[in-house]
Design a protein around this ligand. Structure first.
Ligand code: ME8
Length: 528
């Protein structure tokens, strides 16, 4: 049951270091989803941005001898540049230091105070500055180590405001009753067992030990806790609470809009416990889906800026092209599970899927149409033999499963189906052996049918892959004589290519020399 509209968000990233391939992973998946929805005629508002407050940012700026705002402006520019290079189609980019955002956080805090949702108390706990999180004795263990990043935590005591988490427990439980809200389901179980069942502790929502945050109007000593601040980006970006709130009404309030947050497993607690509670306190609609993707690991564990074991996407884009990196990210890690980045798998994935499967199919088909049909795509006639019939029947099935899987956020699987269809077409070439048919003039009709079937499958494949292959799909349309591409609605029309003239072009993806490229990527990683 598709809604009319979609609001999809990435986490807002900390601009405290260079963006790495993990950030690119989440942003690319959301981009692919947004592009696929728009391609199919749905309205989709896609948001990303940066989370710019907190002690860590303040300290990093100090270390670099820069004023905090200058420091983050420079860092944010790097994130924005990456998204442009990766052809990310976000509709807005929210920064938590923008006035439009800070106002919302202040308003919300005032509402919480008035509504008796927060109270002033004092906090003593273990604080991890890189993660901006407080932990309990049990969580940090005897060695006082942050359970998230493995670094040493500090004992801190300060006056702070607390949010009454148990006040909205009923609303939270009701929210959890809906099986579709948190995906994968094991993340929900984890939240219930780790945090809800043992009893929720009230959440500290303000800090006094540093200044780089949204000031609490009612008590100038305090700034809003960075997580309370950050989560409200999803509303402030839509103009919530301002005079200009059309987007908010359209993409948040209206039940015809589906609200989807995509996040990494590391920040599930904030999005599936505190965020729905904050929204409940304000009597606002809760998100329809929180989709928790797995993390991309390196051989030595989680890739993270605080560990310094990151892979930057830039040199990969420079050398292999944007579509290749987008494809690798969408395909290699099954959405929802953890994955590992290795140079070997990166190169292998490109060679197997993009060079051998897609690239070869297009190259062979266009050359054969040139050679056997004077470059004109023959008329797509109805089925001639069993193999034609089989290939033909795969097309509508693939389109249907692609749509269903994408609707369900099974992004990786949707594209696996498309590659299976292309793989089937490659096999069909071997089975039909057009080079043999071409030798026998009485087989001309059969030969034409093979060419028409292949061209059509390629067209459908190129369209379904367009949300990932933002450059390559249009090259394929050109090769099939469709200079201006094709509308999604037209892909079910198998006669669309009849009589068009193919254009021979270079291979879509050059074959990679595995040993050489693996060496190259390893060098890049070592330099980092
Ligand atoms: O947590 N593999 O920001 P952040 C895959 N500002 N994805 C990864 C990844 C990896 N190795 N590392 C990071 C914050 N990510 C907060 C969010 S939202 C209101 C505030 C992705 O810069 C993943 O999506 O640490 C993860 O949740 C997010 O980046 C964390 O980014």
């Amino acid at each position: 049951m598709n809604k009319k509209r979609f609001y999809i968000t990435t986490p807002i990233y900390y601009p405290s270091g260079e963006p790495h391939i993990g950030h690119a992973y989440c942003t690319t998946l959301c981009d692919v989803f947004a592009r696929a929805k728009r391609m199919r005629g749905f309205e989709c508002y896609f948001l990303t941005g940066t989370d710019e407050h907190g002690q860590k940012i303040e300290q990093n700026a100090l270390k670099e001898g820069k004023d905090t705002q200058t420091y983050i402006d420079e860092k944010v520019a790097v994130f924005k540049k990456l998204w442009t290079a990766m052809r990310i189609s976000n509709d807005d980019f929210i920064r938590t230091t923008q006035e439009r955002h800070m106002k919302v956080v202040q308003e919300v805090f005032t509402k919480f105070l008035k509504n008796d949702d927060v109270y002033l108390g004092s906090y003593e706990g273990w604080y991890c500055t890189p993660c901006e999180s407080f932990w309990t004795d049990t969580q940090v263990g005897e060695n006082h180590i942050c359970p998230d990043c493995g670094r040493e935590v500090k004992r801190e005591k300060e006056e702070a405001y607390f949010f009454k988490t148990n006040k909205y427990l009923k609303e939270l439980e009701k929210y959890y009753d809906n099986p579709d809200v948190i995906y994968p389901l094991n993340r929900k179980t984890e939240m219930i067992n780790t945090f809800i069942k043992p009893g929720l502790e009230d959440l500290c929502v303000s800090r006094t030990t540093f200044k780089w945050g949204v000031p609490i109007r009612e008590n100038k000593e305090h700034v809003a806790y960075v997580w309370l601040d950050a989560l409200f980006n999803y509303l402030s970006a839509l103009g919530y609470g301002s005079e200009n709130d059309e987007l908010y009404k359209k993409f948040w309030e209206d039940p015809e809009s589906e609200i989807i947050h995509v996040i990494g497993a590391d920040i599930t607690r904030f999005h599936t416990i505190y965020w729905p509670e904050f929204l409940s306190a304000l009597n606002l609609r809760l998100p329809d889906r929180v989709f928790v993707h797995g993390l991309l690991m390196m051989k030595d564990g989680k890739m993270s800026k605080s560990k310094g074991n990151v892979v930057s996407p830039y040199p990969l884009i420079d050398r292999y092209g944007v579509d290749t990196v987008r494809y690798y990210l969408t395909r290699e890690v099954v959405f929802g599970s953890d994955g590992q980045f290795t140079p070997e798998q990166f190169v292998e994935r490109i060679n197997v899927d993009l060079v051998n499967n897609l690239g070869n199919l297009v190259k062979r088909t266009v050359s054969m149409i040139t050679k056997y049909c004077d470059g004109i795509i023959p008329e797509f006639k109805k089925v001639i033999n069993e193999l034609d019939k089989e290939l033909e029947s795969i097309v509508p099935l693939t389109i249907e499963s692609y749509e269903n899987k994408l609707d369900d956020l099974h992004i990786t699987e949707a594209f696996i189906d498309v590659f299976n269809m292309l793989g089937r077409a490659n096999k069909y070439i071997e089975e039909m052996a057009p080079w043999t048919l071409a030798k026998d003039p009485s087989k001309k009709e059969e030969l034409d049918s093979v060419m028409a079937h292949l061209a059509y499958v390629i067209l459908v494949g190129a369209k379904l892959l367009e949300p990932i292959l933002v450059e390559t799909s249009s090259k394929i349309y050109t090769q099939l004589g469709l200079e201006n591409g094709i509308d999604y609605k037209e892909i079910k029309d198998s006669s669309r290519l009849n009589g068009l003239k193919v254009v021979n072009m270079d291979a879509l993806f050059p074959r990679l020399d595995v040993a050489k490229e693996v060496e190259y990527i390893k060098d890049l990683m070592a330099k980092k």
